[in-house]
Design a protein around this ligand. Structure first.
Ligand code: ADP
Length: 397
């Protein structure tokens, strides 16, 4: 079964074609600046050079149509009928979706109903579904939710200390995101450990531009750092992470900004970017700065690592211990530097780093020493493959 995986954002569309039986990636790419001047599509047929084309994309349907054209033009598929299914990444499933589902009109309606919880993402996701329905009528589709894996969290972990009415009426609670990645990486870690997933305590550190930590106890997520939206939790590339809610009012008073403007600061101008006085949100630049003893880089990176350590400590206690810690996503997979800064602070848990192994980049590898009480792994995430797997397993039945 060939599965087209679609990750549709407000102005971008990422896509991959995966052979779900062999799990081989056949084709991947990205449409950028949809609806904006200067839009472009880039794609790579596995094993060939990347192709980039500037071309107008007034709307998402044009982008999907260009992706389908590229698939046939390059000969990856002879005709669109070879695409057996489409798997869509959906950001927010609210409390309705605890696992992936086959898309029908009721599912689309339900995704639209929780759009107020993710106003930037869910409407774009639905546009992506509609565009595929129009251009590939009859092709079965599956929705895979970023929030679904976290739906096993117990009430104690997902409730905020707010009037309970707000939860009951407005569903204001912790949901968590990056669920597809946390699920994929925690399962893969159990495999690498050669242990039963349902009997393992794992902490997954998904450290990318967006970053979150989750506690996975016996195969179920019991806590995660992101909340109602992906703004809560760790200090991220440009997002502030957890702050005292009163900070918003204080910034408004001090700067004269309105709430929307302050939210933009918290989402786009904060995190390691803001802490480093706008040096960079990219950890490669921050690492260079850190090594050159730039105090802006040191401040940002040390604050980021401190928060990761804090969550690991909390989650170890929440689960009554921890067997494995897995590092994943852009920073977690690639930066031995950041991993070392974090792991060196975990001595109390009996963890020691294997410095030689920690040189690894983007490969599955055990990076703790043989006598370390907790096994620490680098486990590359693959959200698209996870989406293709779910799509296959739902439709192959
Ligand atoms: P997202 O999907 O949230 O946009 P990624 O998981 O792709 O993010 O991570 C992107 C981040 O990974 C970059 O901003 C960069 O900080 C970091 N990164 C990528 N490669 C490296 C590297 N070699 N060393 C350090 N950081 C890296």
């Amino acid at each position: 079964m060939k599965v087209l995986v679609i990750n549709c954002g407000s102005s971008s569309l990422k896509f991959q074609l995966i052979d779900a039986e062999t799990e081989k990636l056949l084709f991947k790419g990205l449409c950028e600046r949809i609806g904006i001047e200067g839009s472009c599509i880039s794609f790579t047929v596995t094993g060939q050079e990347k192709i980039t084309r500037e071309t107008p994309m007034p709307e998402h349907k044009t982008a999907v149509s260009l992706v389908l054209n590229a698939l046939t033009e390059t000969g990856v598929v002879k005709s669109l009928s070879e695409i057996d299914a489409v798997g869509h990444r959906i950001v927010h499933g609210g409390e309705k979706f605890t696992k992936s589902v086959v898309i029908d009109e009721n599912v689309i309606k339900a995704i639209e109903e929780v759009s107020d919880l993710a106003p930037l993402h869910n409407p774009a996701n639905v546009i992506g579904i509609r565009a595929c329905q129009d251009l590939m009528p009859g092709t079965p589709m599956v929705a895979v939710f970023d929030t679904a894996f976290h739906q096993t969290m117990p009430q104690d972990a997902y409730l905020y200390g707010l009037p309970y009415d707000y939860y009951e009426k407005f569903k204001i609670r912790r949901y968590g995101f990056h669920g597809t990645s946390h699920s994929f990486v925690s399962k893969k870690t159990a495999e690498l450990e050669n242990k039963d997933y349902s009997q393992l305590k794992t902490i997954v550190c998904h450290l990318g531009n967006g970053a979150s930590v989750s506690a996975v106890l016996n195969g179920k997520c019991v806590d995660t750092s992101m909340g109602l939206t992906p703004l809560e939790g760790l200090i991220m590339g440009t997002r502030c992470g957890s702050i005292d809610p009163s900070v918003i009012e204080t910034i408004e008073k001090k700067t004269g900004k309105n709430t929307a403007e302050v939210m933009k600061v918290l989402n786009k101008e904060s995190g390691v970017y803001g802490l480093s006085r706008n040096l960079s949100s990219d950890f490669r630049d921050l690492e260079d700065g850190y090594l050159a003893k730039d105090e802006n880089a040191i401040r940002a990176v040390d604050s980021f690592c401190y928060q990761v350590v804090k969550y690991i400590g909390a989650y170890a206690l929440v689960m009554g211990g921890v067997d494995c810690i897995a590092f994943t996503a852009g920073v977690g997979e690639n930066s031995g530097f950041v991993r070392k800064l974090i792991i060196d602070k975990l001595g109390m848990l009996g963890i020691t780093l294997n410095e030689e192994a920690n040189k690894v980049r983007g490969e599955e590898k055990l990076i703790s020493t043989p006598d370390s009480k907790v096994h620490v792994w680098v486990v590359p995430t693959n959200e698209e493959l996870a989406i293709a797997r779910d799509t296959y397993s739902l439709l192959a039945k």
